[in-house]
Design a protein around this ligand. Structure first.
Ligand code: SF4
Length: 199
């Protein structure tokens, strides 16, 4: 991230930490602002914090996060070097329900500002909620995963949420195909020398 944006990014984080714009603030323990490298060219976007994330304030540290970590390793991506990761909403929805449209609408400007400041080349949308938040309620993850989209001049890859892969391991093969496309795009637009032992 350019130096001139760091102060703005930190200010945004401070603002989010005291946010009460939607009802999700009532039951949260910790805000999950997002984690990773602010110099990263890949921004991974999930739905919302779960139990472990709400306790720690860190994105994707529970079972889904552990699976995602394995995928990143297979891709040759390090979480604190190549990736920034966040969610559509920054406070945990009770019982991990899907955040309502109003909750998403209130929270999305924070994510959009993060994207603008970090300026990634590639967005990876994990699951239906993230896909719909960016491309509309008619979007279907089962149909649209694995196909590049464009959002504000950035390449966007929709794929399954890791929680779906945990529920249905047969989807892992398709998810890996999607991440292979992300590796190829990364080589094309960021680093032609990026190493991955599988492709
Ligand atoms: S989910 Fe987002 S908009 Fe709602 S209270 Fe938390 S930070 Fe604010």
């Amino acid at each position: 991230m350019k130096d001139i944006y760091i102060e703005e990014f930190n200010k945004l984080k401070t603002e989010v930490e005291s946010c009460r714009k939607c009802a999700l603030h009532e039951s949260r323990n910790k805000i999950v602002f997002g984690n990773g490298s602010t110099d990263s060219k890949i921004f991974i976007i999930g739905e919302g914090p779960g139990y472990d994330e709400d306790k720690t304030g860190v994105a994707f540290v529970g079972k889904s996060g552990q699976l995602l970590e394995k995928i990143f390793q297979a891709c040759g991506f390090e979480r604190n070097k190549h990736i920034y990761i966040g969610n559509i909403v920054k406070c945990r929805p009770p019982q991990n329900r899907v955040p309502t449209i109003d909750e998403q609408r209130e929270c999305l400007p924070y994510l959009e500002k993060q994207i603008e400041l970090i300026d990634p080349k590639i967005l990876v949308l994990l699951g239906s909620t993230a896909l719909k938040a960016f491309f509309g309620l008619q979007s279907k993850i089962t149909k649209e995963r694995g196909q590049w989209k464009i959002y504000n001049n950035r390449y966007v890859m929709p794929t399954f949420h890791p929680s779906a892969l945990l529920r249905n391991p047969s989807l892992k093969r398709e998810a890996w195909e999607d991440f292979k496309m992300v590796i190829q795009k990364y080589r094309e637009v960021v680093d032609a020398e990026h190493k991955c032992k599988y492709i």
